[in-house]
Every structure is written in C-alpha cells, then in structure tokens.
Design a protein around this ligand. Structure first.
Ligand code: VG1
Ligand code: CO
Length: 565
C-alpha cells in the first residue's frame, strides 16, 4: 500500500505540559480535534534530526481511546518519515514491557498510551507519555521542550488516509509513503520479549519449585491484575511458565474502563485482594496498576508490606537473584517522600545511596551511569536497572525469589528485617479533587514557614497526646542530578524532626484536573518491642502536627483524606 502525506494547520491548546509521568487529561480532552495530534507532533519534533528513518515503540495499557491513539500515532509517524514502529498486539504493552522493547531494539524511544493508576473509560482519563532511547520516561529537559513546542505548533503531518494495519495480527507490514519512503509497522506479541528478559534475570526453576510446594512447604499465590494491562503477562509468566495454576490470578482480562474501578494497587482500591488474602489461604498476594509498573505485596492473612519496606527488604536480599550476581549491586535509591528504610540497608552494606524527587524519570541517569541497581517509591513502585521503568511483575518475581531462597514467609521476613535495621512507620494521606488555588496558597504558606530560619528548633505539640517533636530542618526539596547537574526545584515541602521523623507535603503531578494534596509521614523506631504496634496509632501524633502546621482543613475544606496508603 502507498500513502501520501498532508500538512494539517492547527493552533496550540493550553496546558499540554507533561506532569510527573506524561500528559494526563480526561478522555474527552484528548478526543478534541487536533488535541492528540498536536501533542504527538510535538513529541516527534523533539527528535529533530533523529526522526527521519527512526524506530519507535508504541503501545499502552488498553484503556479507552488507546486504540484510536495508536492509529493516530501510526498515521503521523508514517507522514513524519519514521522508518519503523514496534507496536504491541492490539496496541497492548505494559509500561515495563515498552521500556524493555526500547532497550532491546535500541529504538529512538517510545510512545506509551496510559494514565497509569487513573481510572479509564469515556468519562475518565487518558495519557500519553514519551520515553527516550534509554527506555525511561523523558527527563524534565525533554518534557519542557515538548511543552514549549505545543505552545507554538501551527501544523502537523499525517497520511491522507489511515495506514491499513491489522493490529490484532502479529507480523511485519511495510508501506510506501510519498512515492519512495518505506514505513514498517511490526505488530509484536506483547509479552514475549518481556518474558525472555524475566527468564534472564530470575531463576525460574527455583520459583517453580516454591510454587509447586515441592520444597516441602505448600505455597499459594494470588495475583490481582485489576483488569489492567498485566493480565496477559501474569497468565503467561505465572500460569504457563511457572505452573502456578489458573486460580493464581484474577481480573486478568484488560478492560477499557478497568471494570469501573481505580486500577491502583493499594489497600483501598485493591480491597478485594485484601479480603481474599485475609482468609489466610495464600502465602503471597499482589496487585498491579493499569499499566503494570506498580505493585502491592501482601503476606498471609493480608499482612501489608509498605512499598518503602518492600524496597528495603529486596535491597537486603538481592544476592538471591541471578541478575544481581552477574551485574553486582551498585547503589540504591528512593524518591524523597519514600520512607527511609532502604537508607539503612545502603549504610550497612556500604553502597551508594540517592534520594531523588518523585517520579521514575529521576532514576534513569543514575542507572545509565552504572551507579544504581535498585530503587523504589512509596507509591507502590519498585524496580531495578534491568529497564528504566518501575516494574510490577518483576517485583513479584523478586519477592518470590527471596521467599524461595530464605524459606521464610512474608511477615517473618519483615520482622527479621525490622529487628536488624529498625522499622520506619509510614503513611500517606491523599486529598483528591481539591480546588487548585487554595492548595497553592497552602503550599506557599507552608514554604514560607519551612524556610524561616527561626523554624529550626521549634517544638510542635500534638494536642491530643501532648507528644512533642522538635523541628530540625525545613525546606522545599531541591535536587541536583549528580550525572548531568540538572536541577529540579520545588519538589515538596519537608519538615524534618530531631528524632529523624519527617513530614512532607506535595501536590500531585498526575491528576487530570484540580489538585491532589499528598501528605507523607515517616517515623523511625529502633526499639523492637514497638515494631508490631499499629502504624496508624504510632503515626497519629505526627499526622495531627502535620495537619495543624499546614492548616489543611482550612485551605481544602477537608476533614478527612480521600485515601490513606
Ligand atoms: C504519582 C506518585 C509517584 C509516581 C507517579 C507515576 O505521582 O506519587 O511516585 O512516580 O505517580 O506513577 P504524583 O505526582 O501524582 O504524586 V504511575 O504508576 O501513575 O506512572
Ligand atoms: Co503506573
């Protein structure tokens, strides 16, 4: 088939600024004529000289409008002289699988269609994210450039008629554009390359043995794909390859609206996993988000592993994963609001440690420079330098490897870890769907308080218990990337206390409208007699102080958070 290209005049849309991870808006916003096209053209233009003849990866989490967006991207790439696209079958690729493909095929980057943990459907959210040639989310410098292009765009290029590719059929399709240029769309199996990578990283035989119970202990696994993209990955890897039995996974059919739920693996939105695990019949439970980069880990009777602890426990046990035996363990890192549990593992093992702003894009440079092996975020993100995205399925395989190697259960493992390193109690309160203006005012007021020199040394008292915390430091977190010296400012207000506890305030950068306030509380306890106490109770006084200090109820009108994670 042959196509000719046309230039379509267009005018800029306001607000096409990518947030923490891509551009996320309501589906209806993306459906406006030229809206998606403008953003895609701006991504392609960022490639500059490298665009002609380039190869890109395209796919997404299967949410509503995903297939339409894939088609638009194919037609625009053909017209923009892209040489080849790798597209996941039916437009499906998990975010980690897309990162894996970009790296494996050494492409110029990839376009990922997802709004991750945001709900999907005609009245919910869509998102477009650009990943660079290292397989990771575009860094700030690139997203700023994309944004700047969106404010000036006057035309985009597209084929005169839709490129005829059957996205359900695996295979290579080549077309001629404008009478000469060859354009290839290779529709690939969404799982195969990712599966090969996992087989290379982990010892599948030992995991198989654990799951079959042949190591002497019966072991049952329960995975909840939450109708997101991980369904096909989970079935192929855990059922077909690892023999875990069909009943090891639920909600494995990707749905355009995720069954009407938030595809967000936490105790609130993955309540059915918690309920099933509470019955005590499974040794490990996990849930994933819409695009498969997040994970929540539960043990027997729904014993909850905070993502910050999950990272620390894996860090302390990496030697049982063949990949790390090969590469050696370089440094560890976490995002700033993540509880400081992994810091202690880094200290004890003498590894480099980094604290970066929220968002996986900040880990990429460190990994590329060979200084970072394992990292995570409190928002249920865990991953390593095998790719440049966080990776939900990888995290479950990593946990199974540790359980197989140590012979311990999840809860036992955590308790031993706390006994050795101490425990970081952690909680996050989210206030979703607030009005933006008052939240901005609250942050400004907080910043003014935090940076006031006299703030240091101030005793703050929780009225109900009389417990006093003394301020050791306050700031708005700023990060200088040690590799390229780029600076990220205004990454969250931090109040650090003299006992090592921390209170952090941020506004979310992944919402599609209004503002979401995130309040993070991290408190360290070395006394092992207190390690089994209830986290909510332990953190109560700090929560109270955090709410008083920010006058959060005054500004948001909310007396309770929408979600606690
Ligand atoms: C949230 C999380 C952050 C995560 C980001 C993308 O960002 O807090 O840790 O990296 O989502 O995750 P924010 O700006 O809303 O706090 V995903 O799985 O939505 O790509
Ligand atoms: Co995600």
């Amino acid at each position: 088939m042959a196509y000719t290209t046309k230039k379509v005049p267009t005018t800029p849309f306001d607000g096409q600024k990518p947030g923490t991870s891509g551009l996320r808006k309501a589906v209806k916003v993306f459906q406006q004529p030229n809206y998606t096209e403008n953003f895609v053209q701006s991504i392609l233009n960022v490639l500059g000289d490298k665009l002609a003849g380039s190869t890109l990866v395209v796919g997404g989490d299967g949410r509503f409008f995903g297939k339409d967006a894939v088609k638009i991207i194919i037609n625009m790439c053909a017209a923009n002289r892209v040489g080849k696209l790798f597209v996941g079958q039916n437009g499906i690729l998990s975010t980690p699988a897309a990162s894996c493909l970009i790296r494996k095929h050494q492409t110029a980057g990839g376009i990922i269609l997802t709004a991750s943990h945001n709900p999907g459907g005609p009245d919910a959210d869509f998102g477009i994210k650009f990943n660079t040639s290292n397989g990771g989310p575009a860094p700030d410098a690139v997203t700023n450039q994309i944004y700047s292009l969106t404010t000036k765009i006057s035309e985009y290029l597209i084929t005169d008629s839709p490129v005829a590719v059957d996205l359900s059929k695996i295979g290579s399709n080549t077309f001629t554009v404008d009478g000469g240029q060859q354009f290839t769309v290779e529709v690939i199996d969404s799982v195969s390359d990712y599966l090969l990578l996992m087989k290379d990283i982990f010892d599948f035989e030992s995991i198989k043995k654990l799951l079959s119970g042949s190591s002497g202990k019966p072991f049952k696994l329960l995975l909840n794909a939450m109708h997101g993209v991980t369904g096909p990955y989970v079935k192929r890897i855990f059922v077909e390859e690892l023999g875990a039995g069909d009943d090891c996974c639920v909600n494995t059919t990707p749905l355009e609206d995720f069954g009407g739920h938030h595809p967000d693996p936490n105790l609130t939105y993955a309540a059915d996993l918690v309920k099933a695990m509470a019955q005590g019949n499974h040794q490990l439970g996990a849930a994933f988000d819409g695009d498969g980069d997040r994970n929540m880990i539960l043990g027997v009777k729904a014993f909850f592993v905070t993502p910050s602890d999950s990272l620390a426990v894996l860090a302390a046990n990496l030697e049982c994963i063949p990949y790390f035996k090969k590469t050696g363990v370089r440094g560890y890192a976490r995002s700033m609001p993540t509880a400081a549990a992994v810091d202690r593992v880094a200290k004890e093992t003498g590894k480099e440690f980094f604290e970066v702003p929220t968002g996986w894009k900040y880990f990429g440079n460190l990994m590329d420079a060979g200084r970072l092996s394992l990292c995570g975020e409190e928002s249920f993100g865990t991953g390593s330098d095998h790719i440049r995205e966080k990776d939900g399925v990888w995290a479950v395989l990593a946990w199974l490897s540790v359980l197989a190697h140590t012979g311990l259960g999840v809860e036992q493992l955590l308790k031993q870890h706390w006994a050795r390193f101490g425990r970081n109690f952690f909680t996050r309160y989210d206030y979703e769907g607030c009005e933006s203006d008052p939240c901005n005012k609250m942050m400004a007021e907080l910043e003014a308080k935090a940076i006031e020199p006299s703030f240091v040394g101030t005793p703050l008292t929780a009225a109900s218990s009389g417990k006093v915390y003394t301020v050791a430091k306050g700031d708005n977190f700023e990060y200088t990337d040690p590799i390229d010296n780029s600076v990220a400012k205004g990454q969250g207000i931090r109040v650090l206390f003299s006992d090592g506890s921390r209170v952090i305030y941020r506004l979310s950068g992944t919402g599609s409208a209004g503002a979401t306030v995130r309040l993070y509380i991290d408190s360290y306890e070395s006394d092992s007699s207190k390690h089994s106490l209830d986290a909510e109770e332990m953190l109560g006084p700090l929560v109270e102080i955090a709410l008083q200090l920010s006058r959060l109820e005054h500004f948001t009108g909310r007396s309770k958070p929408t979600v606690i994670t």
